[in-house]
Design a protein around this ligand. Structure first.
Ligand code: F6R
Length: 586
């Protein structure tokens, strides 16, 4: 939800805006309501911003022509105030000498705004963010130096934030973080970055410094300063090198990130498997899970569908596992001896963070699997596990979903003392499934011509059916529902009329063949994505798999179908309306 970036450079170099614009493009998936940039050079602060996408706003506002030593950039997912030009970030104080970008929500902004207005401050937007530059202005007016004024402003705020600020007369970017992600990239050539995540600056540096909750500081072109509760943090302890081999954050010849990322799935799964198989933390996590009273697997959206695999595997053994939709955490009570397994590709989803907090207070210990080293969720966990899918820039989770499934298979095999060699074939199965089903999914996409579609399956296929339905909803705006096929007779079948599309996921089982016949006899248009031939429909795609590796064979066609229906409808699957990649609000 909202992407922010700051670049500090010692040289006023024309190519800096190119770096900024390409970084903004990689941040755009976090919010595409508006775009804005502030630059600072000898002439002062220049702010250019507007509603619209990065390419449009850059062109319209001639952002490429901006010059400066310091830059702030923002892509907005609106929370407070409509998505329009005036609410676009950066926001400035009354004098125009302070500019701020913010990701998060401030819960006390109304009180702060009233107080500032009573002191004569003039506001230009309806956002919560705008109180920040005015607060800093006010503290400077009262005689504080810039950093003290920034810290005083930050400590007046309630809510969640990742904030970047520039100020006339200062060659540094001030930052603060609470409950929203912020990381620093140490560039070469006296150029440093600070951003919501690694992806925007990955092409320029992979040496990073993590910032933790409650910390404030500043970045200059050649240094980083961090403090917490008035104490200086040793930055050297925080520096690490990212080691993504799926590092590319560009479309690399594909039309969309979503398509590129589906094609990257085999590599993402391969990296995940090889890293996790040698990770001691996986052994520790499996020991804790084996001895757990109950395991709550907490996640949202696609990650929740991955959670359903794990709970199914564990429940088929003698262990007790409970899948929890993160936002519904208050319906559950954990106790000492229970374990929470938190799944979140971003590692920043607010509902998951809140669930972890609650379950920890109940007495549970926390294990997490994320795709982002030192993400907030990882840091709040007793045992941190990482998949290695590399950056995922399409809004829809694709390669991270199959990587989550791979991580969970490793974990369950460790818990159940199973041999893990069966997993070696997973990347090849994925690769074959992508290659062999893409053409057919392109053709099928023209046949999904109904406003609604059902996805039906049984057992291990049900979470996949749920994931297929979620994908087509989010990127192609098709109303889709997934059910265990047996359950479809208990209500949903009433909607089925001539031509209603019903997609069966892995219907090799005899019971599912019966369900297919039932749907067919009511006029449904039947599709089958299967590891065996059913001979019950012409619309059938067969994927090769091995026992226990079916999710890797069946996921790509489901993702590709959603992708091509989206593209056929003229939708941008990388930027579906109303969605943000990382949901950091309740
Ligand atoms: C769907 C999608 C979302 C996320 C959900 C959780 O394609 O991307 O449903 O899966 O917002 O996100 P993470 O895994 O980052 O916690």
């Amino acid at each position: 939800m909202c992407g922010i970036i700051g670049i500090a450079s010692s040289k006023k170099d024309r190519t800096l805006t190119d770096v900024l614009v390409s970084s903004l493009a990689r941040l755009e998936y976090r919010g595409y309501d508006s775009v804005g940039v502030a630059s600072l050079d000898e002439g002062g602060i220049d702010v250019r911003k507007a509603k619209g996408k990065v390419v449009e706003v850059v062109k319209r506002k001639k952002i490429n022509e901006m010059t400066g030593y310091l830059f702030l950039g923002h892509t907005r997912w609106a929370t407070h105030g409509a998505p329009n030009d005036q609410n676009a970030h950066p926001h400035i104080d009354c004098t125009g000498k302070i500019a701020v970008v913010h990701n998060g929500t401030l819960t006390n902004y109304k009180e702060l705004r009233e107080e500032l207005e009573s002191l004569g401050h003039k506001f230009r937007s309806d956002t919560d963010t705008e109180v920040i530059p005015h607060l800093v202005e006010e503290f400077v007016k009262r005689g504080m130096d810039s950093f003290s004024a920034f810290k005083a402003a930050v400590s007046s705020l309630k809510g969640s934030y990742a904030i970047l600020m520039i100020m006339e007369g200062e060659r540094r970017i001030f930052f603060a973080r609470l409950d929203n992600p912020l990381v620093i990239g140490l560039g070469e050539d006296n150029k440093n970055f600070v951003a919501s995540e690694y992806a925007p600056f990955l092409p320029f540096t992979s040496t990073v410094v993590t910032i933790q909750d409650g910390e404030v500081g500043f970045v200059t072109p050649s240094s980083v300063y961090i403090e917490k509760d008035g104490k200086v943090v040793d930055v050297n302890d925080r520096i690490h090198k990212l080691n993504f081999s799926v590092i590319s954050a560009s479309k690399g010849g594909y039309s969309h990130f979503m398509l590129k990322e589906i094609h990257e799935s085999p590599l993402a799964v391969k990296e995940t498997i090889s890293t996790m198989l040698s990770d001691e933390a996986v052994v520790e996590a499996s020991r804790i899970i084996s001895n757990a009273n109950r395991v709550f697997v907490v996640a949202a959206g696609t990650s929740y569908h991955a959670a359903l695999f794990f709970t199914r595997y564990l429940n088929l053994s003698s262990l007790t596992a409970i899948p929890v939709i993160a936002s519904e955490y208050s319906s559950y009570k954990a106790k000492s001896g229970d374990v929470v397994l938190a799944l979140s590709q971003s590692g920043e989803t607010l509902d998951v963070k809140m669930a972890i907090k609650k379950f920890r207070n109940d007495g549970a210990s926390i294990i997490s699997i994320t795709n982002v080293i030192e993400s907030t969720i990882s840091r709040e966990s007793d045992v941190k596990l990482y998949m290695r899918a590399g950056p995922e820039l399409g809004v829809a989770a694709t390669k991270t979903f199959v990587s989550q499934v791979a991580s969970l298979m490793i974990l369950k095999s460790r818990v159940l003392n199973e041999d893990t060699s069966y997993l070696a074939k997973a990347p090849q199965i994925l690769e074959d499934a992508v290659e062999e089903t893409e053409g057919k999914m392109k053709r099928w996409s023209t046949l999904i011509d109904f406003p609604s579609v059902y996805y039906l399956s049984k057992g291990i296929g049900v979470p996949l059916a749920m994931e297929g339905a979620l994908k087509i909803k989010e990127v192609a705006y098709v109303h889709a529902e997934a059910y265990p096929a047996g359950e479809s007779k208990h209500g949903p079948i009433a909607l089925v009329s001539e031509g209603f599309p019903v997609i069966f996921v892995n219907p090799g089982l005899d019971e599912l063949k019966v369900n297919m016949e039932e749907m067919k006899s009511r006029g449904a248009k039947i599709f089958s994505i299967s590891t065996v031939n059913t001979n019950l429909t012409d619309n059938e795609v067969i994927v090769k798999s091995e026992r226990d590796l079916e999710p890797f064979a069946l996921s790509p066609p489901l993702q590709l179908l959603a992708f091509y229906v989206s593209v056929n409808k003229g939708i941008d699957p990388d930027r579906p309306r109303n969605l943000a990649k990382t949901v950091t609000v309740e």
